[in-house]
Design a protein around this ligand. Structure first.
Ligand code: PLP
Length: 492
């Protein structure tokens, strides 16, 4: 393709994207295609000779749109938002056009520097502890922020960093050989003694991270509100230690996937500190709300946290692969992934060069990952992000009020719901399951079910950037209609 052709089709694609977004609500939020449909639409062999871009654009509707779930649709209330916005799209175009590989500072200085700066911006406006900041922002800090592709990746890395740190710290923790549970143990023995914990309301990616890392994990029973109490954590630690195990990692949650429950860090933090347990907080969805001062109480206890993750690609209008990940001591991460030389390194940057970001994850190559987030933050400003979040929160309240007013339904989960309301029909689980199936079978509106304390619940998540009261009303009317039919059938 020549640069002139790129210009021509580039304009067409931008026009297409605008038209698509302006009319997305005329489509159904979910697709009715059956598995394997695309194999009947697209040739099963790659074309031998290149085709014009015109012909590629011509079948866009048939090949792509037909099989899409429209996550930006006004009646898409499933999962959590797939963050997006015009500045995010434009930012991605820029970084794609530049196509530089920022695997080291020298290979593309702006890649490392902009990522460090944007991570520090976020740390500051989200009001997270200054120990996560880079040394450029805060000379006394030893922290690091990195943009990972996903929350799952961030949690996996944190678990591995914590494990490596635990093994390194075990011997110094027992200066006297008497009563030393690790005396005479090999590294393999030590790894085998470690145990990680998580709130049982955590996303399944926490368990997957443990499986990938061959790490023993125990899911701790949360209370009625989805919170792991310090007594539960404490009892489990003591039980495990009595068996000769060594607890080393706990994943707490702020904004669980099922019901946006949140742990009390002031409760679990001191326990983790006492037992040398690395406390990670998964705030993948809800963490974006930390920028609202009225929600600052949710961050209480963050001073006990060793690492945390927040997806701007959920609730900060930034597209995928923009998962904020902070670690309190960068050398703990570097020692695990970049080798033992970092163990002895001071916390300062050697020769004033910040560590290469490739040392904080699996991939070596790295696009200019931070640019789209930089565009989003500059274009909306922190106040614009707050406005967007507060709109979702207040619409969730409106929906919550509809549920509360209707005696057929009950609300589930904790007291503060962010932009998600979880509810169910009173009575058997099968009623709520049927209601969810009926809602989705229409393809006009989309919600997904979840389980909370053995109950089937429906999640109503505000997703669209410009969600408004009419969308909530339409959703409630559809729910009301299907619920009436289902309860009527159940009585017959
Ligand atoms: N943590 C929470 C609380 C989530 O809700 C999700 C996904 O919805 C994840 C982790 C996994 O996120 P990702 O898809 O970025 O790996």
């Amino acid at each position: 393709m020549s640069s002139d052709q790129f210009r021509k089709y580039g304009y067409k694609v931008v026009d297409w994207a605008v038209e698509f977004m302006n009319t997305v609500n005329n489509r159904n939020p979910t697709s009715d295609v059956k598995p394997g449909w695309l194999w009947k639409v697209v040739p099963t062999q790659a074309p031998e000779n290149g085709e014009s871009f015109e012909s590629i654009l011509n079948d866009l509707e048939k090949v792509v749109c037909h099989g899409m779930a429209h996550w930006q649709h006004r009646l898409f209330f499933a999962y959590f938002p797939a963050g997006n916005s015009w500045p995010s799209i434009l930012g991605d175009i820029f970084s794609n056009a530049m196509a530089a590989n920022g695997q080291t500072w020298y290979s593309c200085p702006v890649s490392t520097e902009l990522e460090n700066i944007v991570m520090d911006w976020c740390c500051k406006f989200l009001g997270l502890p200054a120990f996560f900041l880079s040394t450029y922002s805060e000379p006394r800090s030893h922290g690091q922020g990195i943009l990972q592709c996903s929350a799952s990746e961030a949690i996996f890395y944190s678990m591995i960093w914590a494990r490596e740190d635990a093994v390194r710290q075990l011997r110094p923790r027992f200066p006297s050989k008497k009563d030393d549970p690790v005396n005479g143990k090999t590294r393999a023995d030590l790894l085998n003694m470690l145990v990680a914990y998580c709130n049982n309301e955590c996303h399944c990616c926490v368990e997957r991270a443990a499986m990938m890392g061959c790490i023993r994990i125990r899911k701790l029973k949360a209370d009625k509100k989805g919170v792991v109490r310090s007594t539960t954590l404490l009892n489990t630690i003591e039980e495990d230690m009595a068996k000769g195990l060594i607890p080393f990692f706990h994943c707490a949650i702020i904004g669980s996937t099922g019901v946006t429950s949140y742990d009390d860090l002031m409760e679990v933090g001191p326990v983790c500190q006492k037992y040398h347990i690395w406390l990670h907080v998964d705030a993948a969805y809800a963490g974006s709300a930390f920028c609202c001062p009225e929600l600052a109480y949710l961050k209480q206890g963050y001073e006990y946290v060793w690492s945390t993750n927040i997806n701007t690609n959920k609730w900060m209008m930034c597209n995928f692969e923009a998962s904020l990940h902070w670690v309190r001591y960068r050398t703990k991460a570097l020692a695990a992934f970049a080798g033992p030389k970092w163990e002895s390194t001071t916390y300062q940057y050697p020769n004033n060069v910040p560590p290469d970001l490739k040392h904080y994850g699996v991939a070596s190559s790295r696009r200019l990952r931070a640019y789209k987030l930089y565009c989003v933050i500059r274009n909306y400003g922190v106040e614009g992000i707050r406005r967007y979040i507060r709109n979702h929160v207040s619409l969730a309240r409106l929906f919550e009020a509809y549920v509360e007013r209707d005696p057929r339904f009950e609300l589930c989960g904790g007291s503060f719901r962010f932009g998600l309301v979880t509810f169910r029909l009173k009575g058997y689980n099968s009623l709520t399951q049927k209601l969810n199936d009926a809602i989705n079978a229409s393809h006009k509106i989309h919600m997904v079910p979840s389980h909370f304390h053995d109950k089937v619940v429906i999640r109503f998540a505000l997703c669209a950037e410009y969600a408004n009261e009419r969308d909530v009303d339409d959703a409630w009317n559809a729910i009301d209609h299907h619920a009436t039919e289902i309860l009527h059938e159940a009585q017959e």
